[in-house]
Design a protein around this ligand. Structure first.
Ligand SMILES: Cc1cc2nc3c(=O)[nH]c(=O)nc-3n(C[C@H](O)[C@H](O)[C@H](O)COP(=O)(O)OP(=O)(O)OC[C@H]3O[C@@H](n4cnc5c(N)ncnc54)[C@H](O)[C@@H]3O)c2cc1C
Length: 404
């Protein structure tokens, strides 16, 4: 058993400083432009692909850290650079997580590389669960997948909404209901490869923040895919459905399983935004003079910064703990993954708002990045499970009671 240590190893430090360089020199200078354009920042994704940051290899390496920290360290740095661009880069990873969580090793080998493409032929992927009437309640999906035995095909119909990279992705991973009577336990995940007919983009949303990330509806209209696109395979699905029909426990629902593995990574991005705002406002408070002295000399400002720093450090500890627990196979008996995302998300909103206050009028205008960080932070209390849903998960885990 290794001694307890909070110090990063050389490998983790190398990744941290490599990603930080990219965040500082490529993302930060581009952040304002892509926020204003509200478009996928292809040139930045291309640069990330050129250096191997947007790639399957990087993701595999980051997730192979036995301590589980490399990915969350990288994500903190990326979101410190810009959260919208980070999401444009990481939307693909959500789909990859869906494939890894539910697919066979053969399916992962086939589909994961296609989610990223290559530097010469970039690809994006998207993960679609949410629907207009099924957000927090992912057990009530209306999108149907029906098996056509005569052609060995699945036929998908329905509308997904709020999908990161939705409709512009080359590969979509879609969660659909196979047996609606079984609610969440009657669902399965499907890969919809590039060039498939019957899948299209609906409305593209204009958002408050993370505007460099594309968010849109995905419409499935008699979308036919070969039988082998069912993640995990038909035999396993049939067994799972049979168990569910008998009322037996059958593990975690497809969608929930994916979200479970990704929560510390989402918390890490919130942490990156919070740290950016904290560092900026600390520097500003030392420079800005009112009443003949730097504003940091007022306790009202200095105490705000002290609290910001404390909540950021606490967020990081929760994120690292959850990432470590995931990588080392510890059971999340108190919803520790949810805690990390909940705390870091709420911290990002509070810290970025405090940063605006410290900058005064300069915090409120677009010439300065702080208002963007605040707009970017808010999504972290909403997507991948709202703050209330995280509290529900933690409350159920610690009490053993099905709190509603
Ligand atoms: C920018 C963006 C990107 C997104 N990307 C993706 C994506 O790539 N893929 C994807 O599948 N989805 C994505 N989403 C969807 C996101 O996960 C959902 O918005 C989120 O799960 C909340 O669902 P909802 O918006 O329908 O809110 P609702 O579920 O309708 O919730 C509304 C309010 O009610 C509260 N509430 C609901 N149920 C309970 C309860 N039981 N107890 C207490 N409070 C409750 C919620 O916490 C919230 O405050 C994205 C959303 C956005 C905005």
């Amino acid at each position: 058993m290794a001694d307890f240590s909070m110090e990063l190893n050389e490998d983790q430090k190398t990744v941290q400083s490599w990603v930080h360089d990219f965040a500082e020199n490529v993302m930060r200078p581009a952040a304002h432009e892509w926020d204003e354009r509200e478009e996928t920042p292809w040139p930045i994704i291309q640069e990330a692909a050129n250096i191997g940051l947007y790639s399957m290899d990087f993701m595999a390496d980051a997730f192979s850290d036995p301590m589980g920290l490399k990915m969350v360290i990288a994500l903190e740095e990326l979101a410190w650079g810009d959260a919208g661009i980070t999401l444009a880069l990481m939307g693909t990873t959500l789909a990859v997580a869906g494939i890894m969580a539910n697919g066979t090793p053969e399916q992962a080998m086939e589909w994961v590389p296609q989610c990223f493409g290559t530097p010469d032929d970039l690809k994006l992927a998207a993960f679609g669960v949410s629907e207009p009437d099924a957000g927090s309640d992912v057990s009530s999906l209306k999108t149907r997948a029906v098996y056509d035995a005569s052609t060995d095909e699945w036929v998908l119909n329905g509308t997904k909404t709020w999908i990161t990279n939705g409709g512009i992705a080359n590969t979509h991973v879609i969660v659909a209901s196979v047996e609606p009577e079984l609610a969440g336990r009657g669902q399965a995940s499907f890969v919809i490869p590039e060039g498939t007919k019957g899948i299209s983009m609906g409305q593209k949303f204009q958002k408050m923040g993370i505007r460099a990330s594309h968010t849109a509806e995905v419409v499935l209209d008699d979308c036919r895919i070969p039988g082998r696109m069912l993640l995990g395979g038909k035999e396993k699905l049939d067994e799972r459905l049979a168990r569910a029909r008998e009322g037996k426990k059958s593990g975690v629902q497809a969608a929930m399983k994916t979200f479970e593995t990704t929560r510390p990574s989402v918390g890490a991005q919130a942490l990156g935004i919070a740290r950016a705002a904290y560092e900026y406002s600390l520097d500003y408070a030392k420079e800005r003079k009112q009443f003949g002295r730097p504003i940091i000399e007022n306790q009202a400002i200095a105490f705000k910064l002290a609290n910001m720093k404390m909540h950021i450090d606490a967020s990081r500890l929760l994120v690292w703990r959850a990432a470590w627990m995931g990588a080392t196979g510890q059971p999340f008996t108190a919803g520790e993954g949810s805690m990390s995302k909940l705390y870091a998300g709420e911290t990002a909103v509070r810290v970025t708002e405090d940063a605006i206050q410290i900058l005064g009028g300069y915090g409120y205008v677009r010439e300065y990045p702080v208002e963007r960080w605040h707009r970017d932070s808010k999504i972290f209390t909403i997507f991948e499970g709202t703050s209330e849903i995280q509290q529900l998960i933690i409350a159920r885990a610690i009490s053993g009671i099905h709190i509603k």
